[in-house]
Design a protein around this ligand. Structure first.
Ligand code: HEC
Ligand code: HEC
Ligand code: HEC
Ligand code: HEC
Length: 469
């Protein structure tokens, strides 16, 4: 089986995309060429009110923003018709497009735009009624899906009688989510950008086989792509200085924790099979070679000692966290790597051993996350991280498309952090961009992905970054 070209029905006019960064172009290409994940976060504090309640012209509904203290054009940004920044406002409309109709037909679920299987991620939850919840459909993914249901805080937030810094803390007490905190933010995004145990928040392999894009996510990069705020001086005063590298690192740990906890839950199996969503797609979707050199399509991977002929668990975030721990939590590296290998190996025995090993890996991952969340990442750490991602110890582990995509997104995030931290100039970064774009190109199409070529282009991107002073 080859993973089919799923996305060619979904197109936009080319002109709309001129201003995209390499990452945005890459994400679009993934949607066009093939396909790309999955909530348990919503312990809501009361009814959600809908976008209209945020839309006043003295609130978040201005046409252009001045950034004092917040932009106030957040709705306009969320509604951008032609950029990834506006993707959430379009999330419900997507369920009526041709591709969704195909997916729904293949799954036999009727109209996708009223199917609970899709609404958990492509629309917003509204208030609970009689134990169940409704969806706020046409908003798509609305403000409160991320910022938390507003009924608890909207009036005090609107009155704004407290000094700015105290106001935020007061909002949080009343149920606004503290999205500047990496772990809080990651938990919110992962509900839909990886999956959760909540209703309608999981893209099973069956949904992907019916035509759903594959889901790819990196917390800091995706935050930037949908950002509708300025990290200016008053933001820093209210919320602290953002550390994009920490955001990246904590995001990696949270993604592993989410994957492992879902794997150990009822989501972990489908029929008599393990849920294929969790595994390296290309371990199954490869050509069959029937010759005396039967092993030509697989590349040995030292990080995942699972018997040959069995699909390995997708370890994209484990690779990244191992690199991050080398720089920022060295005391935990060997235990983390050892538990990760034990998890992969246990997959070859039985489900009970695999879930037991998953719980041990989960525990050490949470420790690593704690260490990373307590760090600040300066110029030296950021460079060391780039080197670790492409370094000797990690490089041989890029044998899988997904892990490689994650590595390029990581390098992209580190470069952006160097620019925003003033460590390298915008001009110098532009020169390095070409190398990063080459690495993105090496993962544009999963069907032409070649591990060795990828490892080479990643190394040259990192050498280019290291050469800039
Ligand atoms: C776990 C959350 C989740 C569920 C459940 C889910 N999706 Fe998605 N869907 C996403 C995300 C996230 C993307 C964006 C993928 C990317 O680009 O990384 C997406 C993208 C898509 C796209 C491509 C985007 C476009 O503009 O055309 C279509 C079509 C789609 N989903 C349809 C569906 C349908 C139909 C269902 C139900 C059968 C469904 N989705 C269920 C999260 C989900
Ligand atoms: C996909 C998730 C998501 C959605 C949807 C979303 N936001 Fe945000 N928003 C964020 C994140 C993440 C931040 C940056 C972190 C922070 O400081 O809170 C942010 C920042 C903001 C800020 C700036 C806060 C500050 O201190 O400067 C405002 C105001 C805001 N959002 C309002 C809105 C409004 C209004 C909507 C709906 C139109 C909305 N957001 C939709 C995730 C989201
Ligand atoms: C309730 C579900 C939900 C939540 C929560 C959510 N997203 Fe999304 N997001 C989606 C869906 C569905 C799409 C695809 C919509 C489309 O194709 O128009 C999407 C698309 C995006 C895109 C555009 C790129 C792409 O893959 O299509 C970015 C960037 C993004 N989300 C970032 C975030 C970030 C960052 C967070 C957390 C702060 C977040 N999202 C939280 C459902 C969600
Ligand atoms: C354990 C093996 C296995 C893994 C891992 C796996 N798949 Fe599949 N895939 C299958 C099988 C079996 C089918 C069904 C083939 C059929 O219906 O004839 C399939 C079908 C598909 C199809 C429909 C293809 C077609 O030709 O109709 C797509 C698309 C797909 N898978 C995508 C993925 C993606 C994306 C991943 C990784 C997240 C993945 N698969 C992981 C075994 C796997």
């Amino acid at each position: 089986m080859q993973v089919a070209s799923l996305g060619n029905k979904w197109r936009r006019s080319a002109g709309q995309w001129l201003a995209m960064t390499g990452a945005a172009a890459f994400l679009l290409a993934m949607v066009l060429v093939t396909a790309p994940s999955a909530r348990s976060n919503a312990a809501e504090t009361g009814p959600s009110l809908g976008v209209a309640s945020c839309a006043g012209s003295t609130c978040h509904g201005r046409m252009t923003g001045d950034g004092v203290p917040v932009r106030q054009d957040e709705i306009a940004k969320w509604q951008e018709p032609s950029s990834l920044g506006g993707a959430h406002s379009r999330a419900y409309a997507v369920l009526s497009n041709t591709r969704s109709q195909t997916i729904a037909r293949n799954l036999g679920i009727g109209d996708a735009s009223s199917a609970p299987m899709c609404l958990g991620c492509h629309s917003s939850r509204a208030e609970a009624s009689g134990g169940a919840f409704r969806y706020q459909l046409t908003d798509g993914v609305n403000c409160e899906s991320c910022h938390g249901a507003a009924s608890g805080w909207i009036s005090s937030h609107y009155a704004g009688t407290l000094p700015e810094a105290q106001q935020h803390a007061d909002n949080i007490r009343r149920g606004m989510r503290q999205l500047e905190n990496p772990a809080v933010r990651a938990a919110v995004c992962l509900d839909c950008h990886f999956g959760s145990e909540g209703e309608g928040q999981f893209v099973t392999h069956r949904i992907m086989a019916a035509g759903h894009p594959r889901i790819s996510f990196e917390l800091d990069l995706f935050s930037t792509l949908q950002a509708h705020h300025n990290e200016d001086s008053d933001y820093i005063e209210r919320k602290g200085r953002p550390d994009h590298v920490r955001m990246w690192a904590v995001g990696q740990a949270m993604a592993i924790e989410r994957a492992l906890s879902l794997f150990t839950s009822a989501r972990g199996t489908e029929g008599v099979f393990p849920e294929f969503y969790f595994y390296d797609c290309h371990s199954c979707h490869r050509r069959i070679v029937d010759s005396d050199n039967a092993n030509v399509t697989a590349v040995r991977n030292p990080g995942r000692p699972i018997p040959q002929g069995m699909p390995p668990f997708n370890d994209e975030n484990m690779i990244m966290l191992s690199a991050a721990a080398r720089v920022a939590a060295p005391a935990l590296v060997s235990r983390f790597d050892e538990k990760a290998r034990a998890f992969h190996a246990a997959m070859g025995s039985n489900r009970a051993s695999a879930t037991a090993a998953a719980r041990e890996l989960l525990a050490v991952t949470a420790e690593v996350r704690g260490a990373l969340a307590a760090q600040s990442f300066g110029p030296n750490e950021t460079r060391a991280l780039a080197n670790a991602i492409a370094g000797e110890a990690i490089r041989p582990r890029y044998t899988d498309y997904e892990g490689s995509v994650q590595a390029v997104m990581g390098i992209d995030t580190l470069l952006n952090a160097m620019v925003s931290g003033g460590q390298i100039t915008v001009g110098a970064a532009a020169a390095v961009r070409a190398d990063i774009n080459r690495a993105y190109a090496a993962v544009r199409d999963p069907n032409t992905y070649r591990p060795r070529d990828f490892q080479t282009s990643l190394s040259s991107a990192v050498r280019a970054i290291s050469a800039v002073r």
